[in-house]
Design a protein around this ligand. Sequence first.
Ligand code: ADP
Length: 324
Amino acid sequence: MHLGNYLGAVKNWVRLQHEFDTIVSIVDYHAITIAYEPEQLRQRRHDLAVTLLAAGIDPDVAALCVQSQVPEHTELAWILNTITPLGELERQTQFKEKSRQQESVAAGILNYPVLQAADILLYRADKVPVGEDQVQHLELSRVVARKWNALFGTPTGRRLEDGSEEREQFFPEPQPVLTPTPRVMGLDGKSKMSKSMGNTIGLLESPESIWAKLRPAVTDPKRIKKTDPGTPEVCNIYHLHKAFSTPATVEHVAVQCRTAGWGCIDCKKVLAESMETELVPIRRRAAELAAAPRRVDDALAAGAARCRALAHETMLAVRDRMGF
Ligand code: ADP
């Protein structure tokens, strides 16, 4: 997990788990759409669970579960595949980007958002906290939900204004929930922070490693010398300050930048300190959990049991309405 995932999505999950019935899914069936080593998959699944718990997901509050432990995800994905328009999948930005990077494209890359729709609709979820890059996929989940409801929702017996028959809205149309930082930029300052771009800071990275990346990170391109006044709004470091520093520090940073009071390195040092304030407790919790794998396994087992019960209920209704 990198800071883009954390600031763009996971921070919201930690907050919203206390306001909504929350399901956090480790989507290992999605992970296999790119080449991988089975043994590494096992390790990455465990590491991600550790990181999510360390970031603040409370397994007694939210259900933390592994997608492959709830077989209904793939069952519903197949069903949704049969009603998803191919054109909608082909125009997904992430599909276009990912397929451009590969010589031979597996169907899983194209169908990825259908499995994602199944992940959401299986729990009849109405809110999905994601980063901005996932908003398009969520729109597809709404298209699919609408289509399934129109085809298979039980007729209510009422007429709609256009004369057609009203059907039950079995699947809610899920809405995105964004954080104040829905698109965190990478340290190159050019593209979004992303594993595939190699421009990330890991949530659990050491302070030394973070500093080694922050030090050369791109700032305001017009600030060449320390004495050049800068424009905070165009600087990625300033935006990271807004995510990690107190409002008073953010204000101070902006003034120091505009008046050339600080150089970029001074500004980055203060950012590194602010980041440490937030990241130290997360790292500490992660170290504790890494030393207690049973706690992680128990959390995942409890989460899977909760999710299986919900998934079972949804699929009974889906199968019934579809003639199985
Ligand atoms: P990646 O793009 O690194 O492969 P994922 O696709 O696994 O990350 O994304 C997991 C979650 O983190 C999604 O909700 C996604 O929208 C969010 N996310 C990923 N990168 C960013 C970013 N740079 N800024 C904000 N949110 C992000």
